[in-house]
Design a protein around this ligand. Structure first.
Ligand code: FAD
Ligand code: A2P
Length: 272
C-alpha cells in the first residue's frame, strides 16, 4: 500500500488545475465516492466526463477519465470510483482525504448528453458497476424530467452492496428541493444483481430481451418511436446491450447526429 502521507496532495503541494476534496465516502472495499470544489469557470452538460488525477512519486501527473456524477447545476463536483488495488491512479486515489487536492482538467466531453438523442417519451439509463456515474448526474438534471414522461434506471452489479450508492441516490431524489417534485412518479428504478440473491436478479441484456423488466414495471416493450437509451458499462456489456437495443429498432446517435441511443465506456479493459 502507498504511504499517503508522502503523496504530494497530502504534503499540501499545489497541483496543476488543483481542486480540494470536500467529502469522501467508502461504499464497499472496491467502491467509493468523493466530492471536490468546482472550478468557477467549469461549464459542463450533465452526463459528461473530465480527466482527473494525482501526481506520482516523481511529480508526474497520473490522469484518468471520470464521469462527473453530480448534475450541471451543483456547486461541487462528485465522482464515483472503483478501487483497483494495483491501478496507477486508484491505488492512490482511494486514500484521498477531505482537505487534500486532486488534479481536475476542466475540459468536459462525452456522448451521454441529451443533445445526442432525438425527442422521445421514455428514456432508459442502462448501467453496470461504476457506469451509473453519468446517470447519477442525469437523474439529478431537471432537463431529464422536462424531456421525458418516464425515466427508467436499470443498474446491475454482481453483489447487493455494489448497488448501494445508486440506491441511496435514487432514494434521496424525492426530497431534493430542486427536482423532488419533477421526479415523483416519473423515475422508475430497477436494480439487479447477478451473483448474490436479491429481489430482482439478472443481466440487463437478459431482462430486456426476455421482457421481464417490462412485465415487472408494467411498461410497454421498447420501440424506436417512444424509447431513448443511454448505455454505460464495460465494452462487452455495451456491445451486447447495443445489439438488444438494435433488435427493438433503436439506432446509435451522436452529438453531431442525434438518434435513439448513445453509448460510453465506463472503463477501458476487462474489469477487475
Ligand atoms: P487503470 O490502469 O486505469 O485500470 C486498470 C484496470 O482496472 C482496467 O484495465 C480495467 O480492467 C479495470 N478498471 C478500471 N476502471 C474500472 C471501473 N470503473 N470499473 C471496473 N473495472 C475498472 N472509473 C470510475 O471509477 N468512475 C468513473 O466515473 C469513470 N468514468 C470513466 C469514463 C470514461 C469515458 C472512461 C474511458 C473511463 C472511466 N473510468 C471511470 C475508468 C477510469 O478512467 C480508470 O480506469 C480507473 O479510475 C482506474 O484507474 P487506475 O489508474 O487505478 O487503473
Ligand atoms: P455477470 O455476473 O453475469 O457477469 P463486471 O463486474 O464483470 O464488470 O460486471 C458487472 C455486471 O455486469 C455484472 O452483474 C455482470 O453480470 C454484468 N455483465 C458483465 N458483462 C455483461 C454483458 N456482456 N452483458 C450483460 N451484462 C454483463
Amino acid at each position: 500500500m502507498n504511504d499517503v502521507s508522502q503523496t504530494p496532495a497530502a504534503a499540501g503541494k499545489i497541483l496543476p488545475d488543483a481542486q480540494t476534496v470536500t467529502f469522501v465516502k467508502h461504499w464497499t472495499d472496491t467502491l467509493f465516492s468523493f466530492r471536490v470544489t468546482r472550478p468557477r469557470s467549469l461549464r459542463f452538460r450533465s452526463g459528461e466526463f473530465v480527466m482527473i488525477g494525482l501526481l506520482d512519486d516523481n511529480g508526474k501527473p497520473i490522469q484518468r477519465a471520470y464521469s462527473i456524477a453530480s448534475p450541471a447545476w451543483d456547486e461541487e463536483l462528485e465522482f464515483y470510483s472503483i478501487k483497483v488495488q494495483d491501478g496507477p491512479l486508484t491505488s492512490r486515489l482511494q486514500h484521498i482525504q477531505v482537505g487534500e487536492q486532486i488534479i481536475l482538467r476542466p475540459k468536459p466531453v462525452g456522448t451521454l448528453v441529451h443533445d445526442a438523442l432525438l425527442p422521445g417519451k421514455r428514456i432508459w439509463f442502462l448501467a453496470t458497476g461504476t457506469g451509473i456515474a453519468p446517470f447519477a448526474s442525469l437523474m439529478r438534471e431537471p432537463e431529464t424530467y422536462e424531456k421525458y414522461d418516464q425515466v427508467i434506471m436499470m443498474h446491475t452489479c454482481r453483489q447487493v452492496g455494489e448497488l448501494e450508492y445508486g440506491r441511496q441516490l435514487v432514494e434521496s431524489l424525492k426530497d431534493d428541493p430542486l427536482i423532488g417534485e419533477m421526479v415523483e412518479g416519473k423515475l422508475l428504478y430497477y436494480p439487479t444483481t447477478t451473483r448474490e440473491d436479491f429481489h430482482h436478479m439478472g443481466r440487463i441484456t437478459d431482462n430486456l430481451s426476455s421482457g421481464k423488466v417490462f412485465t415487472d414495471l408494467g411498461l410497454d416493450p421498447m420501440c424506436a418511436e417512444n424509447d431513448r437509451a443511454m448505455v454505460c458499462g464495460s465494452l462487452a456489456f455495451n456491445k451486447d446491450v447495443m445489439a438488444v437495443l438494435e433488435s427493438f429498432g433503436l439506432r446509435e446517435g451522436a452529438n453531431s447526429e442525434p438518434r435513439e441511443y448513445v453509448v460510453e465506456k465506463a472503463f477501458v479493459g476487462d474489469g477487475v
